[in-house]
Each structure stands twice: as structure tokens, then as C-alpha cells.
Design a protein around this ligand. Sequence first.
Ligand code: ADP
Ligand code: MG
Length: 359
Amino acid sequence: MTFSSFAPGRVELLGNHTDYNEGVILSAAINLGITAVGNPRSDHRINLSSSGNPDATVVGDPAMFEPSHGWANYPLGVVKTLTLAGHSIRGFEAHFESNLPTGTGLSSSAALEVAAGSLLRKMFALDIEPMELARICRRAENDFVGVNCGLLDPASSVFGRRDHAIFLDCRTESLTLIPIPSGAALLLIHSGVKHELTGGEYNNRREACFAAAAQLGIPALRDTTSPAVEISNLPDEIKRRALHITGENERVFHAADFLRAGDLVSFGRLMTASHESSRVNFENSTPELDTLVKLAVATDGIYGARLTGGGFGGAIVALADPDLMDEASESIISRYHALTAHQGIAYRCTIGDGAILAA
Ligand code: ADP
Ligand code: MG
């Protein structure tokens, strides 16, 4: 018997670097993702294939991390994590097909894990709640692949819903879906400059946030507000880092209210304000991302735009009117090329279903 699953990529709409500060985030699953098709075997052999990637075969203990398995370590990590959680998994075949670009901040790694996890859940009739599936995928990436990602990526890929934003509280790990008024599409534009989330810059920002919380005498930046940080005597640079986080949390709460009220214009303004805070306070933008945002917000049909993901390169996300998106996208890309000589790459997305709703 053949089984299948689909797991989408996700876009961070608002809430930049708030995860490790125990803050809040708004994201959305997109209509691009990874499909998995497979069937169980009667032995303990695992055969994995993915279009455009080398095949991988594992016999016996899937728990062995092998650098030579490359991409297959993501699904094998899920197998191992499921096994450690007490689920019984035999051999199987699985093939993955993707229309999601990798390494652009759309979280193809989480999509791959969730596609694998949800395929295995069906194939072996595993008794796993959706949130547990998201946690297992996070653990697979943390422990098995060795990347310290949060719950947002796998949870968005599991729980996303067409025309809904996902509100995640990273402290309580509770998740709420908020309808997005019809008439909203997402335009992602990669700057054409490689996403360089080097450990150095990322860790430096994390440490500044933790130092700010320690100096303010609070457990995490979640526990303070922008006005309180403003009047604190934190040194200038650390104060700006902290203001980015408190501002992002505040913008996420306001943006959720705007969505509930169907106000895309105000939501878009907060996205643009988020980018400005990245540029000035957190200094995780780049001249190319700044140019893209500036061009996007001056274009008809764009409600707002900001860098998405870690920063220091990568992509912007713009909230767009679907009827004007194609024209807007072409205009931004051509003006961006004229100004910077970089070739931006546009992905026109809609907000789609996560793995539990998709076929
Ligand atoms: P992101 O999650 O932002 O796309 P990552 O570096 O975290 O970037 O994950 C990208 C990696 O995930 C790829 O290098 C590859 O190993 C794996 N991957 C993603 N999609 C696929 C796919 N369709 N087939 C095989 N491997 C994939
Ligand atoms: Mg990833």
C-alpha cells in the first residue's frame, strides 16, 4: 500500500529573533513544499530518494548519523527521534519531490522533516498528536542534524492553514490560527546575495539579548516593554538590540489585532516598521535587503515589506494584493537590478495548508 504526505515551507511574517527571547511570532505556511510518497517494507531496510539528490539506503539501525547520508540525515533524524520516543518503525521506501527552494529562509529542512514524519505517522499508524510531531521534527534537527532551530518552523509546517497566520507564543509553545482577510498574498524576493547567517553574528545578537535581560534583572526580554528599555541605563548598542526584540513582540500583538480586524494596510505598516528596526536597532539587515524593502513599499499593491528570517542576507517578504502581485514583482526585480546589479529571485506564494490539513 502506498502512502503520501505534503509539508509546506513557512514564512516569518513578523517577530524577528523573538524565539530565543521567549517572545511571540507570526508566521504562515505557504503553498510551496515537499511531497513524500512511500510504502512500508517487510525488512529493516530504509531506501530514501529525492529528485535532484543522491539516493540513500540504510539497513538496520537508522540511528547512525553518517555525514555521507547528506540530506537523508533529516528524514533519518526523524526516524531516530520517533524510535527514541518509543514508536515502532520498520523498513520503508520514501521518495520526496519539492518545489520549495532550499536555503532561502523558507525552512525547507523543516518541510522535509515534517513530510517524512507525517508519512511515517500514516504508514505505521503512529499515535502522535500534531504538536508532538512538530516537537519530534525539531528534536531531529537539533539532536541529529545539529542545527539549533526552534519550534516555529516545524509547527508552522504542521499546523498552517490556508489564508491563516500562525501566532506562536515561544514561552508557552501555544499556537493560534488567525484568519487573514482574503486578498493577501506573499511575495518573497531573494536578494541574490547568499544567506550568511554566520554563527558569529547570530550568536553575538543572542548574547546581546541575554545580556540585556540580565542587566535589566528579568528572565527574558519577553518580560519588558519598549518604554521601559528606552528609559533604562543599558549601553547604547545593547539597548538597541533589546528595543528590536521588545518592539517586535509589541508589533506581533498589534499585528494580530489588525488581522482580526481585517486591516491589511496597518498590518503591512508594522512589517515595514519591523524592517526599520532590523536596520537601525538590530543591525541584521544588508544594503541589498534595505533596497528591496524600499522599492517594495513604494510599489502599488504592496502593503508592507521586511527582511524575513535571521537576516544578514537572504530574502524579504512583502504582503501583496494578489491582483497586483505579478506586476509589482516584475517592477521591483527590474529596479533592484538597475540599482544593485544583483539578480533578485521572486517567489509568488499564497498562504496554504500545513501537513495535517494537506492530503
Ligand atoms: P532552509 O531550511 O532555510 O531551506 P537549511 O540549510 O536549514 O535551509 O536546509 C536546507 C537543507 O535541507 C538542504 O541542504 C538539504 O540537505 C535539505 N533539503 C531541503 N529540501 C530538500 C529536498 N527536497 N530533498 C533533499 N534534501 C532537502
Ligand atoms: Mg532550515
